[in-house]
Design a protein around this ligand. Structure first.
Ligand code: 3PG
Length: 216
C-alpha cells in the first residue's frame, strides 16, 4: 500500500484514488481503526467518516493516528465549526451535504480540501463562484441520478461530480461511465451490521469489489 503522498491534497486526488468513497457511520471508537484497515486491505484508502454520531471526531482521530496509510476525511460538514473540528481531529478532506459560502470559505481558509454537496444548477454556480469544480451530487439518485448528470454535462461541462445517495454496486458502473463522474460515494461498503459485528473480512471483500469497478 502506498503511503500518503507529500504535499497538499486536492479534491480531485480524493476523487481519483478509487472509484468509490465509502460513506462511514461509526458508533464506537473501537471500530474505527479496524474498519479503516479492512477498507485499506481492499484497496480503498480515502475514507469519509460522517459527523453524525457523538464519537465521529474521536473516530477520525483514531484513524489518523493509528492507520496513517489511510486518508481520513470528514463527511456531513455543515458549518465552519465542523470543518475546524474535523481538521483538528486529523481529517485531511471534508465533504458537505450542501453548499454555503461560509463552509466554502472556511475550508478554503483552513486549507482543507472540500467536496461540496450540490443538487441544483444554482448550487453548482455558487460553489463554482468560490472556486469549487469537484462536487458531490447529493442525494444523487433521489435528485435525478443519471438523467440529471447527463443534463449537467452541457452547461457545467467543466465540473466533475461524485454522485452519492442511493448509489450501489449495481448502479455504480453506469454512473462511473459518465464523462462528468470522477467517482461515486456510498455506504454500501460498510454495512451497519458488519461494522457492529466486526465482520472486517466482509468489508474488505466489499472494498475490493468497489476498487475493481470499471472507470473509463
Ligand atoms: C449519506 O450521506 O448518507 C450518503 O449519501 C450515503 O447514502 P447511501 O446510504 O444511499 O449510500
Amino acid at each position: 500500500m502506498a503511503v500518503n503522498p507529500p504535499g497538499p491534497l486536492a479534491p480531485i486526488d480524493v476523487m481519483q484514488d478509487a472509484p468509490v468513497i465509502p460513506v462511514i457511520v461509526l458508533h464506537e471508537v473501537a471500530h474505527a481503526a479496524p474498519l479503516a484497515r479492512a477498507l485499506l486491505a481492499g484497496g480503498i484508502r480515502m475514507l469519509e467518516v460522517t459527523l453524525r454520531t457523538p464519537v465521529a471526531l474521536a473516530c477520525i482521530e483514531a484513524i489518523a493516528r493509528d492507520v496513517p496509510e489511510a486518508v481520513v476525511g470528514a463527511g456531513t460538514v455543515r458549518s465552519a465549526a465542523d470543518a475546524q473540528a474535523a481538521q483538528l481531529a486529523g481529517a485531511r478532506f471534508a465533504v458537505s451535504p450542501g453548499y454555503t459560502h461560509g463552509v466554502g470559505r472556511a475550508c478554503h481558509d483552513l486549507g482543507l480540501p472540500l467536496l461540496p454537496g450540490v443538487a441544483t444548477g444554482s448550487e453548482i454556480m455558487a460553489a463554482q463562484e468560490d472556486g469549487y469544480t469537484e462536487l458531490k451530487f447529493f442525494p444523487a439518485m433521489q435528485a435525478g441520478g443519471m438523467a440529471m448528470l447527463k443534463a449537467w454535462q452541457g452547461p457545467f461541462g467543466d465540473v466533475r461530480f461524485c454522485p452519492t445517495g442511493g448509489v450501489s454496486e449495481a448502479n455504480a458502473p453506469e454512473l462511473l461511465a459518465l464523462a462528468n463522474v470522477a467517482c461515486v460515494g456510498g455506504s454500501w461498503l460498510t454495512p451497519a451490521d458488519a461494522v457492529a459485528q466486526g465482520d472486517w473480512a466482509r468489508i474488505t471483500a466489499l472494498a475490493r469489489a468497489a476498487k475493481a469497478l470499471p472507470r473509463p
